[in-house]
Design a protein around this ligand. Structure first.
Ligand code: PCA
Length: 236
């Protein structure tokens, strides 16, 4: 498929026209984020990059690092989705306050940044996509993934909020595009937050555990088209 290049500014928040449907290829697109907030490492990219080129359940894992920048990250992600036409898109970010692999359930249509992104933007109470629905659910089988991660002895949880910063923004934008573009029918996607790698007062997880967790999460998502019922909710 030929695509006309679109200037970044012109593409923000819009959908490039796609005219036909294609069958997902046997690839999994796995993304991590660049360090942000003055940190020098981001656990998500540290973990994700180790899986580049691995074969999981007959699928090749394609990895990419995205900038921690509103809109630019989404634009780069959707270019990668169009180029690779993966069966699964799993975006990964760091959440320093989490102690477990957090399988995100829901993306919300709001950006409310407590700190500026890596390009200095700090949107406050702005929709990710103007006029679009308030939220999307992940289309990954998060309960089956939780079951399989827990069975492997890795700390994992369902998370009810991916926050309101760049990660949620990317997650919402991804789900919006996957649902609206006919050409991407059948492509499933979602978001996973990882704890930090360590540091003063920060809950941490070993890098190898994060990498193993991502492998298990991918295998589980590929093996499960209909999610299992498993109580893993939260009281407020
Ligand atoms: N975590 C941030 C953005 C990039 C990342 O790794 C977040 O949770 O929004």
């Amino acid at each position: 498929m030929l695509r006309k290049p679109v200037a970044p500014s012109a593409q923000q928040g819009r959908l490039a026209p796609v005219s036909h449907r294609a069958t997902p290829r046997a690839t999994v697109l796995l993304t991590g984020f660049a360090p942000f907030g003055g940190e020098t490492l981001n656990s998500s990219w540290e973990a994700v990059q180790a899986l580049q080129g691995e074969q999981i359940a007959g699928h090749t894992v394609v990895c990419a690092e995205l900038p921690t920048v509103f809109y630019v990250s989404l634009e780069q992600l959707m270019n990668l989705v169009r180029e690779n036409h993966p069966a699964l898109v799993i975006c990964v970010g760091q959440a320093s306050n989490r102690q477990a692999i957090s399988l995100e359930r829901i993306a919300i249509n709001i950006a409310d940044a407590r700190i500026p992104d890596n390009a200095g933007a700090q949107p406050i109470d702005k929709p990710v996509v103007s006029g679009a629905q308030p939220a999307y659910f992940s289309s990954l089988p998060i309960k089956a993934m939780l079951r399989d991660l827990s069975a492997a002895g890795l700390p994992a949880e369902i998370s009810q909020s991916a926050g309101t910063f760049v990660c949620n923004h990317l997650f919402y934008g991804l789900m919006h595009d996957l649902e609206r573009r006919r050409a991407l029918t059948g492509v499933r996607g979602g978001f996973i937050h990882l704890p930090a790698l360590g540091g003063a007062g920060t809950p941490a997880m070993a890098l190898q555990d994060m990498q193993q967790g991502l492998r298990i999460a991918i295998a589980s998502a590929l093996a499960t088209t209909r999610d299992v019922k498993l109580a893993a909710g939260a009281t407020a």
